[in-house]
Ligand binder design. Structure first.
Ligand code: AMP
Length: 395
């Protein structure tokens, strides 16, 4: 079956058409600047990239262009829309309502709408994408795959905050966690690679990209994760602060005469390694600046690595041990300094690294020696494929 995977943001839309039998992408693409001017970048597998500047006032207009590109006689990959057997939608927040992927019905749409409070930047965009696809492909089954769903297995002691319980009772303020589709995909693959029994395994997945989170996966289930009610908690990220003393917010607001919205914007967009270095959120820039002797760039990288290593340590405690650690996403798959830096803290676990293997990029590889007590792997993530698999499994 051919599955269209849609990841809809507020002004952008990423898509892949995946053949579920071969698990290969037939085409990948992106619509940018929806509602502004509009640009479609479409790449058929094995073909040339096509860039089309085209007005797209709405997400529905963008999806129309995507469907046109997929069926185009020159750069299309299917002869008609009849070939699309299902659509899988990435949905960021499923709250406590969704512990797994689900077929999209009117009732499900309402439930996703009710989660908009928890992800005001993401869920409304996801809903727009779903509704636009339903309007254009009314007879094609659609599935919602939630970033939060994998983490719904966390026990109460992991997901509750030390706040008055009325806030949980009234507003469901708790840890939800994100990147769940990636953590689940990578954990499964790590179990296969390490030949672990899914019902007797302890894995730590480090999804380290511009947004970054670490998850403790015990017996195949998420038991704790570093992101929280929102993706702001946890690791120091590209531009997000991660964990801070909450009193800092009031302190900054008073000293700098900022509103709460401005303070939160600083924590989301101006902090992390970008804020600490004052240079960039991209670790390639930080590496270059560090090589030129920039101390702040070095400090930002050290801070990122140290925080990640501490989270790993806390999850070893939470699981009372660890069999394997997996690195994934932009940094986890590519950045030898970040991986090597984190592993340098893990000697107490008996982790030993093969330096040559760590010097590689973007491929599945074992980083630990055969004698290492804990296996460490690079496992490239593929969220689109994971969404396609979930979609096929459900329909
Ligand atoms: P993501 O959000 O998963 O796309 O990850 C973005 C981060 O991955 C950025 O900080 C990049 O510096 C890093 N990254 C992506 N590709 C590479 C690469 N080829 N080498 C080193 N770092 C990379």
């Amino acid at each position: 079956m051919k599955v269209l995977v849609i990841n809809c943001g507020s002004s952008s839309l990423k898509y892949q058409l995946i053949d579920s039998e071969t698990e290969k992408a037939l085409a990948i693409g992106l619509c940018e600047r929806i509602g502004i001017d509009g640009r479609l970048v479409h790449t058929p597998a094995g073909g040339e990239k096509v860039v089309k500047e085209a007005a797209m006032d709405t997400h529905e207009a963008a999806i129309k262009l995507v469907l046109e590109a997929l069926t185009n006689k020159d750069h299309g990959v299917i002869s008609s829309l009849e070939e699309i057997g299902a659509v899988g939608h990435r949905v960021v927040h499923g709250g406590e309502k969704f512990a797994s992927s689900t077929m999209i019905t009117d009732e499900v749409l309402n439930a996703i709408e009710e989660c908009c409070d928890l992800a005001p930047l993401h869920n409304p965009a996801n809903l727009i994408g779903i509704r636009a696809c339903k309007a254009l492909m009314p007879n094609v089954p659609m599935v919602g795959v939630f970033d939060t769903a994998f983490h719904q297995t966390m026990p109460e002691k992991a997901y509750l905050y030390g706040l008055p319980s009325e806030y949980y009772d009234k507003y469901r303020i708790r840890k939800y966690g994100f990147h769940g589709t990636s953590h689940s995909f990578v954990a499964k693959r790590t179990m296969e690679l390490c030949n672990l029994d899914p019902n007797n395994s302890k894995i730590i997945v480090c999804h380290l990209g511009n947004g970054a989170s670490i998850t403790a996966v015990k017996n195949g289930k998420s038991i704790d994760t570093s992101m929280g009610l929102t993706p702001l908690e946890g690791l120091t990220m590209g531009t997000r602060s991660g964990d801070i003393d909450p009193a800092i917010i009031e302190f900054i607001m008073k000293k700098e005469n900022k509103s709460i919205d401005e303070a939160i914007e600083i924590l989301n967009k101006k902090s992390g390694v970008y804020g600490v270095s004052g240079i960039s959120s991209d670790f390639r820039d930080l590496e270059a600046a560090t090589a030129d002797g920039d101390e702040k760039a070095r400090t930002a990288t050290d801070l990122f690595v140290y925080r990640a290593a501490k989270y790993i340590g806390s999850y070893v405690t939470a699981m009372n041990g660890v069999d394997a650690i997996a690195f994934t996403a932009g940094l986890g798959e590519n950045d030898k300094n970040v991986r090597g830096g984190i592993m340098s803290y893990l000697g107490y676990l008996g982790v030993e690294m093969v330096v040559e293997n760590n010097n590689t990029r973007g491929k599945e590889i074992k980083l630990s020696t055969d004698d290492s007590k804990v296996q460490v792997w690079v496992v490239p993530t593929n969220e689109e494929l994971a969404i396609a698999r979930e979609t096929v499994a459900l329909i």
